[in-house]
Design a protein around this ligand. Sequence first.
Ligand SMILES: Cc1ncc(COP(=O)(O)O)c(C=O)c1O
Length: 400
Amino acid sequence: MTNAQREDYHASLEIAGAPDLKLVSKLPDVGTTIFTVMSRLANECGAINLSQGFPDFACPEALVDEVTRAMREGHNQYPPMAGIESLRQAIARKIEALYGVRVDPETEVTVVSGATEGLYNAITAAIRPGDEAIIFDPAYDSYDPVIRLAGGSTRRIAMRYPEYAIDWDEVEDSVSPRTRLIIVNSPHNPSGAILRAADMQALSGIANRHDLCIISDEVYEHIIFDGEEHQSVLRYPALRERAFAIFSFGKTYHATGWKVGYCVAPPALTAEYRKIHQFNTFTTCTPMQHALARFMENSAHYLELPAFYQAKRDHLRESLRDSRLRALPCSGTYFQLFDYSAISDKGDYDFAQRLTREHGVAVIPVSVFHGDHTDHKVIRVCFAKHEATLDRAAAILRRL
Ligand SMILES: Cc1ncc(COP(=O)(O)O)c(C=O)c1O
């Protein structure tokens, strides 16, 4: 062991309850996620929690009934590794109806335990030690740690503030011989920006010219506003053949705690993907899969989501129109960004903490999504809440 290695070793984490056992941390800079931190603080302070992204209303009762029914019918043992057949078929039917492409449920659809697992498997399948992955700041927080766990490194490109647009020339200039993967997310958490057809064409050109893999995080596919159409990678044949598309039932059916999602990818990519899935979680909760398969028969549940969430977005923006918070554009997701620079010159982390502790409204500081902690003095507000919850919060925020 060299001195440098010994130093690394001693700087390593101590395992609670086993004081002699030391691990060299693979993620020394990673702490508890901001979502956990702010939700915990919200609970401690009795604050209205508009921080973490989950609804404060119930998921459909009929869906809960389907889970109970599936359990009573005896669907309580391991399902097939890739997901039950009827759910994979329902997913394939939905994709054909929405995105005009036929996917094979046998070889191209894998049910996983939430998009978080979905992303983990895809990144692990794509990245080998020494590879680089391009992600866009502000970025969902799981991408970078998983890239590093797989032995890769992250090249972070800032989206252009305040519209959070991607400069595709900069992306192409950032591609190196080691670049293997680009991760896109539309509708985008936290900004609410979306990728349009021109973005998809540009992405497709770069991916083809440099032979790159794509991961497309589409968990908010149904939460898109103002008549815009979600641009799934699955709509674009040249992208689809090199992409893992990741989806989440949690966002679609107001059931974030269920952690059920799926990945759609061509057969060769899916074969590698399933090798990781089978030794990660192996399978996903059986009765939930049966319930979702039946529930998906009625497309109204997801087709009505744009109008449902657009009304909440508009309600929140309208309630704060006369406040000193400036709403940024929001084309999708259930998050609205606000510039608070007319209220305070504090950093966004301090501002969010103060808002929670002193005023009783918990929000997320957007700088935590930036690798370099760029602080535009912007907070993220989750509007997947009852109107009454939004009204109570708005009454407080209007007084700031
Ligand atoms: C952009 C994005 N990707 C992935 C996820 C994870 O989804 P799941 O809860 O299905 O693991 C989330 C959840 O907030 C998200 O916002």
